[in-house]
Design a protein around this ligand. Structure first.
Ligand code: CA
Length: 226
């Protein structure tokens, strides 16, 4: 039974979510503030965390940041309409997905299942190559094949594509991609990511003007696949 930790201060909403999750076969734990959430993250050891951003005391973003220092457990943030900036910040702090309130229970459960599925397939394993659609990326020889044909990539293009292919379906902000692929030491700006994505699309997309593999997520960043 997958374990879901819910961090949410609106009690009636939390009860409703917990009830539905249990009905669907999940084991749940609930915290109504950030501090308790962090405590349960360590003791309950959830497979996934549903994290409200507007919490009393420690904010959801701080909780997210703190969890990420210790673990890659999937996190779905719960935001209210009009909290666009928080949503972007949450993804930048390493959240895997977000759901905007008000949401329907089936929608939430579907997201939980999708994120769990993704995180399982991305579990660390001695992978030597990654495959997705027409792409085959060999991590040892650092070579890419598209529809079986070799395609040359620069170091950054390779690292960026590897990041995408390791997390199909995940939304990345430009900030996350910058810090994961370029590191923080270099003097670069957000446009660097856009430029490299454009170059990558030229190399991997059947029609780079209508990308099917690397999709733009408006006002957030990029998503690979799904
Ligand atoms: Ca709240």
């Amino acid at each position: 039974m997958p374990k879901v930790l819910l961090v949410e201060d609106e009690i009636p909403l939390a009860e409703g979510i917990e009830y539905s999750l249990r009905y669907e076969g999940f084991e749940t734990a609930h915290a109504s503030d950030g501090l308790k959430g962090l405590e349960l993250f360590r003791t309950f050891e959830p497979d996934l965390i549903l994290l409200d951003l507007m919490l009393p005391g420690r904010s959801g973003l701080e909780v997210c940041q703190e969890i990420r220092r210790e673990s890659n457990v999937p996190i779905i943030i719960l935001t209210a309409k009009g909290e666009e900036a928080d949503k972007v910040m949450g993804l930048a702090q390493g959240a895997d997905d977000y759901v905007t309130k008000p949401f329907s229970t089936p929608e939430l459960i579907a997201r939980v299942r999708a994120v769990l599925r993704r995180s399982r397939s991305a579990e660390p394993q001695a992978t030597e190559s990654l495959a997705y659609g027409p792409l085959q990326l060999n991590l040892v020889s650092r070579k890419l094949r598209v529809e079986g044909q070799p395609v040359e990539l620069t170091r950054r293009e390779f690292d960026l594509l590897e990041m995408f292919m390791r997390h199909p379906g995940r939304v990345f902000t430009r900030e996350t991609l910058l810090s994961r692929v370029w590191g923080e030491a270099e003097f670069i700006d957000d446009r660097t990511v856009d430029v490299h994505v454009r170059w990558l699309r030229q190399k991997i997309e059947a029609d780079p003007s209508r990308p099917a593999l690397i999709q733009t997520v408006r006002s957030v960043g990029y998503r690979f696949g799904e």
